[in-house]
Design a protein around this ligand. Structure first.
Ligand SMILES: Cc1cc2nc3c(=O)[nH]c(=O)nc-3n(C[C@H](O)[C@H](O)[C@H](O)COP(=O)(O)OP(=O)(O)OC[C@H]3O[C@@H](n4cnc5c(N)ncnc54)[C@H](O)[C@@H]3O)c2cc1C
Length: 472
């Protein structure tokens, strides 16, 4: 039995205190604690999970090796910008990612103090979602931040590169997974495979880990809503800009997000959130290898779509932004309905792979919460077989995620096309909705996955381990 295990006299993270292990406990830890962890997907969930597992487990498993398999050969420049809530920023700070973003200068993203809401029809301000309290301070010290997705990926990978027991392998698209009593096995499209003790499926909404292994009966489904996105040069706009850092411009034909995405405010990220029929999606997708004429036709038709929806806005800069030729791209939004199985005996789904919901600026924070909570739980249950940690994680997480999904769905409905009267009603009721949910929002931003109490392994939990120790 492998006894290469060093136990720190005290481990203060999460205010936990560990007793010095007995000889039996030493050997049990080495039996159950995973040493070779395979992560599928180098997105927010995959990288944050690898970083937080390295932090939580390395003190107990010094020979820990984490490998992240990413299907892309290189980082994708598509995807536009993402808003990080105070919760997401706090987690990224602790993982060392914010420091990397800050080193990048203007590209590291812009502070978002509030998302200002406007009526596109009248130009009137309808309210704001504030990322600061009444004194102008961020929640837990953090405001919002809008940053290009590719820049966030670069910052996360920079932290991975200096973490000695994590490596990323690009160009590895998972096509299938399987497990035996002792190991999990991943098969990639290039014919190669990888073996490990634990698999974390962090491969996003269309997760192969979910659809081809853990929960095949739960496919992703189109929400009926898509994002039409582009980035424009601020200097190309002559009309006065009506927002400080981020605006959401509401109309009965969908909402248009207009936000700076760099510290110097040189660039504006535009994303229209609109109802878009599923049958039209194949005709509007820009893909690698498409000929120039097809791409030109798609871009023109998306431009016309934007003009028809926002071209008559009462806000001059919105009219101007949506009438200029730009590289509009369509991003259909998919979801995974609650109820998917989250784990087998050796594989667990995290982030969008488990619970993709219509985005409302908070989904990245859910992926980060997942990673941090699971890492803490696994470290605490390291004396138990993996399913014990999986169950403890699911018990803690399922309810929160299900109610977040419901809330996202309700908000999402407001983006579908509506008639004149319904549109006016939306304008009247939105300020009330924003005000009434303020406390709930702010409480969510105070939530800290690094601080909440992780239930102790049940009495007798280690007896389960003792009873099974001969399986070594
Ligand atoms: C249009 C849009 C706008 C959004 N805006 C926001 C926002 O402003 N704020 C916010 O908080 N959230 C936002 N979200 C949600 C947020 O992007 C996701 O919740 C978050 O990215 C989830 O992270 P993830 O790591 O689980 O998945 P992803 O970010 O999707 O990462 C999955 C990774 O797995 C890789 N992968 C996929 N399949 C395979 C495979 N078979 N083998 C190997 N690798 C694979 C992918 O290439 C990718 O790198 C938005 C979502 C959409 C669709």
């Amino acid at each position: 039995m492998d006894l290469q295990y060093e136990f720190p006299p005290q481990h203060q993270a999460g205010k936990e205190c560990y007793n010095f292990p007995t000889e039996i406990e030493r050997s049990l830890t080495s039996v159950f604690a995973p040493r070779n962890i395979l992560v599928v997907g180098a997105g927010i969930a995959g990288i944050s999970c690898a970083l937080s597992l390295a932090k939580e487990l390395t003190p107990f498993v010094p020979d820990l090796q984490i490998t992240i398999f990413e299907r892309h050969d290189i980082l994708s420049t598509s995807g536009g910008a993402i808003n990080l809530t105070p919760v997401a920023q706090r987690h990224l700070d602790r993982l060392g990612v914010l420091a990397e973003l800050d080193k990048m200068g203007t590209e590291g993203g812009t502070d978002v103090e509030a998302i200002e809401l406007f009526s596109s029809r009248s130009g009137r301000q309808l309210g704001s979602i504030d990322f600061t309290d009444h004194h102008g301070n961020g929640f837990g010290g953090y405001k919002g931040r809008r940053v290009m997705r590719i820049i966030l990926s670069v910052a996360m990978i920079a932290v991975v590169e200096r973490t000695k027991n994590i490596r990323i392998v690009f160009g590895k698209k998972l096509i299938r997974g399987e497990e035996t009593e002792d190991h999990a096995l991943l098969h990639f499209h290039d014919g190669t495979s990888a073996t490990g003790d634990l698999v974390l499926g962090c491969d996003g909404v269309h997760s192969a880990t979910r659809s081809r292994w853990v929960s095949p009966e739960h496919p992703s489904e189109y929400t009926g809503i898509s994002f039409l996105q582009t980035v424009i040069d601020t200097r190309s706009i002559q009309s006065p800009i009506h927002f400080h850092s981020t605006s959401m411009n509401i109309s009965r034909h969908g909402s248009l997000l207009a936000s700076y995405c760099d510290r110097e405010h040189d660039q504006i990220f535009l994303a229209a959130i609109v109802q878009f029929p599923e049958s039209n999606l194949p005709h509007c997708k820009i893909e690698n290898g498409q000929d120039w004429v097809t791409q030109h036709r798609i871009k023109n038709s998306l431009q016309e779509e934007m003009q028809s929806r926002f071209g008559k806005s009462a806000i001059p800069c919105i009219r101007e932004m949506t009438s200029k030729p730009a590289d509009w791209m369509l991003y259909p939004v998919y979801q995974v309905r609650p109820g998917a199985r989250w784990h087998t005996d050796r594989a667990l789904l995290l982030g969008d792979a488990a619970h993709a919901m219509p985005p409302r600026d908070e989904s990245a924070a859910y992926a980060l919460d997942d990673s941090i909570l699971f890492s803490r739980i696994l470290a605490k249950h390291r004396h138990e077989p993996l399913p014990v940690a999986f169950k403890a994680y699911e018990d803690l997480r399922r309810k929160t995620v299900n109610s977040a999904f419901k809330a996202s769905r309700r908000m999402w409905e407001k983006n579908r096309d509506m008639g004149y009267l319904e549109g006016r009603l939306k304008e009247w009721t939105l300020p009330l909705y924003i005000r009434n949910h303020r406390e709930e929002r702010e409480a969510a931003w105070e939530f800290d996955a690094t601080q909440i109490t992780i239930p102790m392994p049940a009495e007798g939990g280690s007896l389960y381990s003792y009873g099974n120790s001969d399986c070594s």
